[in-house]
Ligand binder design. Structure first.
Ligand code: DHB
Ligand code: MG
Length: 234
């Protein structure tokens, strides 16, 4: 979420009042955020990309997905304040591990404070630097495979991150990619927006890889109109 993109509002598409009310209804009934998550969300305002973290309902969804997969090891591209990281860390359990990659050292400091507040710091490795370099090191080191990968960093690099994810996973692994709707521009093949092209490129990669089953879900809610890709390795 934080690699060399011009700053722009994270919520590309304004959230309709009804979408916000419905998100609030489900957050307040089904999901809930404890103090640690509320603090993590609020501290997102201090990062280089304010308000880019997933909504509470989306965080709960990612956490449930990790549990459904039985994920013990999660890799995340793009930490920011660590909001989704905390959801994953809680889902992998005490013996699980989350490795999260963050470009900006200042963001990582904020995230690590949030991990301590959430009492999950001991199961999270935050690696600072360009994610492509960090992940190349993980591959070189022969890091144990991950069960779930969440790609939520600079959008032009989606393809690079997917390729790395494929080096670091095996059969059954799930790969989730955030922010794939781009205000609807994802359907425009002629878009000159590098973020749109970054999504379209990774969609091509997924579509042409016989090892991957994938779909995309559009979402509306407090973050506006957006969507996620979910893919699984055969
Ligand atoms: C953007 C990136 C994100 O990770 C996000 O959640 C919302 C927006 C962006 O690049 O615009
Ligand atoms: Mg995102």
């Amino acid at each position: 979420m934080s690699e060399s993109e011009p700053s722009m509002p994270a919520n590309l598409y304004p959230a309709a009042d009804e979408w916000q009310a419905v998100d609030r209804y489900f957050t307040s009934t089904l999901v809930g955020e404890d103090d640690a998550l509320i603090t993590a969300r609020a501290s997102g305002a201090e990062t280089s990309m304010p308000n880019a973290e997933v909504s509470a309902n989306q965080g709960a969804f990612l956490g449930l997905l990790a549990q459904m997969v039985g994920a013990r090891r999660v890799l995340e591209f793009g930490t920011l304040a660590g909001y989704s990281t905390i959801w994953f860390a809680r889902s992998v359990g005490e013996d699980g591990r989350v490795v999260t990659l963050e470009l900006e050292a200042d963001n990582a400091v904020i995230a690590e404070t949030n991990f301590r507040t959430a009492a999950v710091a001991d199961r999270i490795d935050t690696i600072v630097g360009p994610a492509a370099e960090s992940v190349a090191r993980l591959i070189d080191e022969g890091t144990e495979p991950f069960d779930l990968v969440f790609i939520d960093a600079d959008k032009p690099s989606n393809s690079v991150y997917l390729a790395a994810a494929l080096e670091l996973t095996r059969s059954g692994a799930v790969i989730v990619i955030d922010n794939v709707v781009r205000n609807g521009a994802v359907a425009d093949a002629d878009s000159t927006d590098l973020r749109v092209q970054g999504v379209r490129q990774v969609v091509n990669d997924l579509a042409s890889n016989p090892e991957l089953d994938a779909t995309a879900l559009q979402t509306v809610g407090e973050k506006g109109w957006d969507g996620l890709i979910i893919a699984r390795r055969r």
